[in-house]
Design a protein around this ligand. Structure first.
Ligand SMILES: Cc1cc2nc3c(=O)[nH]c(=O)nc-3n(C[C@H](O)[C@H](O)[C@H](O)COP(=O)(O)O)c2cc1C
Length: 185
């Protein structure tokens, strides 16, 4: 069998009860057999300070190392005021710097999102896709996973209870793995 595809996942929310952390946890159980998923918590990544970009804080170094070691990236993003949450933009800013040392360079990537609203973080997801251009990442086209009204699909213990949502996450992971294998040649 081919070597397993390693996926690094992170959510753009720090809160314990995060719906986006919940869909990432669900992904742990839905990942195809020929792949593995590791989750990185953005907790502990300080606000970006360009004065420190050449020797960033330890947590940032750890984040960049995990990104580099992964074959593919999976982002679970909420939406904040119609765009990417600050905590996620901040972490991605660190990982992309200094100029010439962008940890995301050339990585296959996909994004999913959950929100309590009716669009499932769609706007944040499209804004992320715009950033992938400059980051030189290779975004998967379809499927898109937009978990709208997340409070009805994820229970109080942070478990995804909606079968359709689980199906979509599974499909996303399978497509990401196939996409990554295709790019690896
Ligand atoms: C500052 C702030 C801005 C928000 N803006 C949006 C928004 O633009 N669109 C949306 O669908 N939900 C918005 N929400 C609601 C989020 O969908 C909801 O808080 C969601 O649970 C956040 O994701 P999480 O559960 O992973 O933390 C906002 C919430 C906060 C706190």
């Amino acid at each position: 069998m081919d070597k397993k595809i390693s996926i690094l996942g992170f959510a753009g929310s720090l809160r314990k009860g995060s719906y986006n952390k919940a869909i990432l946890r669900a992904a742990l159980e839905l990942v195809p057999k020929d792949a593995q998923l590791e989750i990185f918590d953005l907790e502990g990544i300080p606000p970006f300070n360009q004065d420190l970009e050449n020797d960033p804080p330890e947590r940032v170094k750890e984040f960049k190392k995990k990104i580099r070691a992964a074959d593919a990236i999976l982002i679970a993003s909420p939406e904040a005021n119609y765009t990417i949450p600050g905590v996620l933009t901040n972490a991605m800013n660190w990982a992309s710097r200094p100029y010439g040392d962008n940890a995301f360079d050339g990585k296959p990537v996909t994004v999913m999102g959950a929100s309590v609203g009716m669009l499932g973080a769609a706007r944040a997801q499209y804004h992320l896709r715009q950033s992938f251009v400059w980051l030189n990442m290779y975004p998967l086209g379809m499927p898109e996973v937009m978990v709208a009204f997340a409070q009805d699909k994820i229970d109080a213990k942070g478990r995804v209870t909606d079968e359709k949502t689980k199906e979509k996450i599974k499909e996303l992971l399978e497509s990401l793995v196939a996409w990554t294998r295709k790019l690896k040649g």
